[in-house]
Design a protein around this ligand. Structure first.
Ligand SMILES: [Zn+2]
Length: 124
């Protein structure tokens, strides 16, 4: 049996308490349904919304991701594409943000729950 690290639990979108139950109902590549969360862990019954409105805080993580996309695009276009016109910067940031939105949405919630949910791992 593989040891369940917090990093692998975050990467796979698993419960912070048992690191086995899925936080989301569907795989990330289900076009319309990637946002649906399980209200409770299917394995250990942890209530994922540990306090009312808890996931509003995930907006901060999402914001960090968005700024990261912006910085990465700026550096890559500047260094490897010889500093193109500003419309290319804006267009690339917008398109990448839309493409990466499912990852941003889900990982910001998973990371926020793992880091700020005050839930202890009770596995072995
Ligand atoms: Zn669980």
């Amino acid at each position: 049996m593989l040891k369940k690290t917090r990093a692998s639990a975050i990467f796979n979108g698993r419960c912070p308490k048992c690191r086995e139950g899925n936080i989301f109902k569907n795989p990330i590549f289900t076009f319309n349904n990637f946002t649906k969360m399980n209200p409770r862990c299917p394995k250990c019954n942890l209530d994922y919304e540990v306090e009312p409105g808890f996931f509003y805080g995930a907006l901060y993580i999402s914001y960090i991701f968005s700024v990261g996309i912006f910085i990465a695009v700026t550096i890559i276009l500047f260094v490897f594409f010889d500093d193109p016109e500003s419309k290319f910067y804006i267009g690339t940031v917008i398109i990448l943000s839309i493409i990466l939105y499912p990852f941003n949405y889900r990982f910001s919630r998973v990371i926020y729950l793992h880091l700020f949910g005050r839930v202890k791992y009770d596995g072995l």
